[in-house]
Design a protein around this ligand. Structure first.
Ligand code: UGA
Length: 445
């Protein structure tokens, strides 16, 4: 029989914390989950999660016998010697990360935390580990270990990403701490990068900033493609086959959003700025992303003239498909711009309800019960989130719209299908269909 696995603690059971807790419980660990939100803990203890994530609730239910929920740090540290810190670090007005919740965790450490290892999973500025080490030492907690272990989970596939990571990054100043953490990940990780704490912290920020840079880069290529008559999808395919470049994150569109890229790019730029370095490239990545969300308005104006009094339907409000997360979604900027231009805006997203939409969109935006209802009487439909089911609806659009114009912000639709359905169609960085046919190119990209 194999030896029982080490009991673990997870501090903060939001998205990262819950995925971490159930994934380790699934590997056979007893996991103590600590949170300040009693209502959330009670729901989790009944196998109910508010978080939309593939396989999460099923895994939660399956692993419930090994999960323990508490709002008392003494319970966690009474049972576990390794505690993953997964509290949120939202951006402040200056673009710095707000570390107050991390600091509260340190302030609330009970005497039973002596000898325990705190493992930072929350995304924090480089230097946080060193700062917290001083705080711990100043509180006489020099026997509490500290390590950095950033997460690289994508929303929508977080559990799958956790179970099959490209790499696990561990930053530790004590080799024994690194070994202890490496052993926890040994069953799932082929590649474990052990490094110092500041480098681990930087790997997380630099990875997200690089991926965001790739997106802004391909979006600018798409914009130039539109000017010179090239197709960004052909260009991305041709570029991506170079193994030094790779195919992923070269999908041009209406800009990146979500709770991570915008925040982490801003945090890295701010971090550099705080130490006197102007991170010119990231300033451009942010600016390009902001412009990309607005370019759609120009495209609409080119077809429709002034948008005052025009009806525009937004298809998709979430920052990407398979989630209801609207944080920093491109739909927010677009809806606000359209309202400011005097358009009547209707929006639909299969995963976003009226109450959630109302938290992010201007009050003038009407929320429709279906994509086709949103398109009723519209002068244009704009695809903002690439929900695959939108493809099936293209054939029904013409009959319902006042002006049959489809602006595809995610290059979701086959332009030939849109044209066959009687729609004027424009994607991002795509050659207009007649020009493609004249050039003898396939219609589909
Ligand atoms: C991202 C990273 O991919 C994860 O590795 C990281 O752990 C996570 O942030 C985090 O820091 O917690 P996520 O925000 O879930 O994950 O979303 P992605 O799937 O990476 O997409 C982010 C945005 O980029 C979306 O708005 C998406 O539409 C856009 N995107 C992505 C593009 O516009 N083009 C692409 O080629 C890829």
């Amino acid at each position: 029989m194999s030896a029982p696995r080490e009991p673990l603690g997870v501090i903060g059971v939001g998205w990262v914390g819950l995925v971490t807790a159930v994934a380790f419980a699934d590997l056979g660990h007893e996991v103590w989950c600590l949170d300040i939100d009693r209502v959330k803990l009670d729901a989790l203890a009944c196998g109910k999660s508010q978080i939309h994530e593939a396989d999460l609730e099923a895994t939660l239910v399956r692993t419930l016998p090994r999960l323990h929920f508490t709002d008392d740090p003494a319970d966690l540290f009474g049972a576990a010697r390794v505690a993953f810190v997964c509290v949120d670090t939202p951006p402040t007005a200056s673009g710095d990360a707000d570390l107050s919740r991390v600091e509260e965790v340190v302030a609330a450490l009970p005497p039973s935390a002596a000898g325990a290892l705190l493992v930072m999973k929350s995304t924090v500025p480089v230097g946080t580990g060193a700062r917290l080490r001083h705080v711990l030492d100043a509180r006489g907690l020099d026997h509490v270990g500290y390590a950095s272990n950033p997460e690289f989970l994508r929303e929508g596939s977080a559990l799958a990403d956790f179970r099959a990571p490209d790499r696990v990054v561990i930053g530790a100043s004590e080799p024994a701490d690194a070994e202890r953490l490496s052993a926890l990940y040994a069953p799932i990780a082929d590649c474990i990068v052990v490094t110092d704490v500041p480098s681990a912290e930087m790997i997380k920020l630099a990875s997200n900033a690089f991926l965001a840079t790739k997106i802004s880069f391909i979006n600018e290529i798409a914009n130039v493609c539109e000017e010179v008559g090239a197709s960004v999808e052909e260009v991305a395919r041709g570029m991506g086959l170079d193994s030094r470049i790779g195919q992923s994150f070269l999908k041009a569109g209406i800009g990146f959003g979500g709770s991570c890229f915008p925040k982490d790019v801003a945090a890295l730029k701010q971090l550099a700025g705080n130490s006197g370095y102007h991170f010119q490239l990231l300033a451009s990545v942010i600016e390009v992303n902001s412009m990309q969300k607005r370019r759609v308005v120009t495209k609409l104006q080119r077809h429709l003239g002034s948008l005052r009094g025009r009806r525009v339907a937004i298809w998709g409000m979430a920052f990407k498909p398979d989630t209801n997360d609207m944080r920093e979604a491109s739909s927010i900027v677009l809806a606000a711009r359209l309202v400011a231009e005097g358009a009547t805006v209707t929006a639909y997203d299969p995963a976003v309800d009226v109450a959630l939409a109302a938290r992010y969109l201007p009050p003038e935006v009407q929320i429709a019960a279906s994509a086709l209802e949103a398109a009723d009487g519209a002068d244009a439909v704009v695809i903002v989130t690439e929900w695959p089911q939108f493809r099936e609806l293209v054939g029904s659009l013409r009959a319902r719209m006042a002006t049959p114009l489809l602006i595809d912000g995610r290059n979701l639709i086959d332009p030939a299908a849109a044209q066959a359905a009687g729609l004027a169609y424009e994607g991002i960085g795509r050659i207009p269909l007649p020009a493609r046919i004249a050039a003898g190119l396939p219609a589909g990209s």
